[in-house]
Ligand binder design. Sequence first.
Ligand code: CMP
Length: 833
Amino acid sequence: MQDIVPILLGTAGLLALVSLLPPLAQRLRMPFAVLLAAFGVALGSVIHGAAAIKGLGPLGDFFTALRGFDLTSEAFISIFLPILLFETALAVEVRRLMEDIGPILLLAVVAVLVTTLVVGFSLWAFTGIGLIACLLLASTLATTDPAAVIGIFRDLGAPRRLTMLVEGESLLNDAAAIALYGLLLGMLTGGQEADVWKATQAFVWSFGGGMAAGWACGRLMCLVVTPMRNLPLAEITLTVALAYLSFILAEHYLHVSGVVSVVAAALVVGSVGQTRISPETWGGLVQVWRQLGFWGSSLIFVFAAMLVPSILSGLSLADFGLLMVVVVAALVARGAVLFGLLPVLSAMGAADRVSHAYKAVMTWGGLRGAVSLALALAISENPDISLEVKRFVAVLATGYVLFTLFINGTTLRPLMRLLRLDRLPPAELAMRNRALALSLSNIGESVQVVARDYRIEPALSQEVADRYARRLAEIGELTQGPSHGLTERDNLYIGLSILATREEELYLKHFREGIISRTLTEILTERAGWLLDGVKTSGLAGYEHAARKAIKFSRQMRWAMRLHRWLRFDRPLARRLAIRFEALLIQRLVLRELTAFNERKLAPILGRTSANELGGVLERRLMMIEQALAALKLQYPDYATALQRQYLGRAALRLEEAEYRTMNAESIISQEVFNHLERDLDLRRRQLETPPRLDLGLDLAELVARVPIFQGLSQERLRGIARVLKARLALPGETLVRRGERGDSMYFISSGAVEVLVPWLQEPVHLGTGDFFGEMALLDGQPRGADVRALGYCQLLVLDERDWRRLIERDPDLKTHIRNVAEKRRAPAPVET
Ligand code: CMP
């Protein structure tokens, strides 16, 4: 066993040095990875070049320790990769990833395959090394590190969907490339035959199996973590354990891809787990993972880069030539995918249209990073691989990673300047100036007030205020010019984008305050995301379209409806309706907050006309929501009260907690007392967590009693009728009977209202509680004569044709009554019913 002290000295010393790099990267405006690699190479040269590092005390020991570091390939893969991948996957917004999973998966898998094949075959053509070894090397280079491009996209404010595409692609291409790498390695070391069909099967098995294993591990963790609420130390520890366990279980026990399993487990934690892990813990958890990811990637980089001087010291011209082959082949492969596949995806509507400038940046910005290095290092440590191949992989992989970092990485920003991607569009520039002008004028005034409070000499404060006034004047000139003014359309566009973003923030704020659940927050923030995407693609029309889509009945609701109708399984429907109720209530609250925000913050920046227009847009949304809410309340008034009571209770708890916190901060109550009070609060909070159960109110006896036609019948007859009737809930706008279809049942309205669209009448006929419809088709054996649509939520009683015949045969009075009503309805003039 190695002595532990040198290992600790080496690692801790490296971490200390690495921690100095982020501030430097910020100052030099360089991607962090580039600096890290440069630092590693420099360190490697010092270690390998200087013989006289002894006698320097701890510093000498540090260098000796680094030189003696002997990390096996197993250690590289097993220690660092799970951490790196888990961290990246955790940071991905799973919901958005899932929305575009098709194109992302396609892009990731296709890009990996294309790169591996193009680079592999190009190398094979130029060297005497076997094809499998060439493909193996190419597979290590097929992963891209998105950090640099994503960072720049964020600075530029690139469309969110594009950023997601790049982020998702690089996450899944890591998994795909590593799975492919595992297969090729097996072929190379195990002497398996290169059979394309078998390889494809093995790849699919390994990838799919890894997904399933990771998913199962993630779900299991969610089960275990649920009872640990508010115990951040335990909750976070469990996620760290999950990263390694999901990897080892898949890789060593199930023999499927371990890395894919880690990614899947992290995605489950990022989606389902978020609802199980307490909100207070979530922030801490993300922080811990960012920290671990930083350590992992920094150490991999430095370790690998340290080897560079010795690897490259024997670099021949031929090696250099091969490196150029890799550079060109990889660029061509990436360019082919982005310029060839992306437009196809956009044409199919599966991805946003991406401008050539963006595609060029994405091609050039395909930097390779820690994952490529880790894989290449693992090969160079593998005892089953020939020395020649090892050297080949080590030289080319390291050389290529360094090339992308030092050449592509440092020229990415200049390229963007060249493509004019670094400029704020005129609209945003004008917006920036207006915001600046507004805040400067506010600050100018506030400075005077502060100066008075602090008894600072007026001359001094005047000096500061003058400085602000001068800047204000400069900006004033900028905003005056006609080319810098904003048109009304620009204003509206900017205003809507701000409103949509603000809306998302408000939902998150209510979530953090414990007012709404995470499930609801996810649903609502997703809808706010639709609004933003809508604005970006087609302005006001896009926003309003997204708003209408957001209020429609969701796909889940329609499925729940089918379960209710076909299988009489009502729980999902009740749950969906409860969620809709809550969503509408919160949307109403947030829209009111947005209206105030528009008046207070946007009106001064965008001007009165635009603010009025934005106000109108919000008002229209509010009306839609009020209508939808009114329909629900009409049917379930008690539930509305129960929900509102619950919200009030939660808000009260939040106020109570804030009060305790202040008292604790002001030392009025001790920490112990505070903790005690917190526990009590926690208990009450939990009671308020479970939403009240929504009763669909489909009790047959009650519903039958509300239909006048059945009144006056004996108890026994009523019981008999109730046995053959089926209770059904109809949603507003749902078509219950369609003209021209065959009639197979008749409906009684126990509550609610429907409209009948009779072809020869101009106005629809309204039927309400106690009425019936659908009788004509049964009486005449003709197709349905009109469309019937639910106006609000309706409780209906449905009677099938067979039972209907039996019923009217036994009850001639009923038959006559139904026949009379039908006759009247047939009359050409509109009939009162
Ligand atoms: P049916 O033809 O089976 O399907 C459509 C139903 O609409 C029809 O039965 C009646 O129940 C109802 N309907 C048709 N015309 C009118 C009308 N003029 N007034 C009220 N209801 C009607």
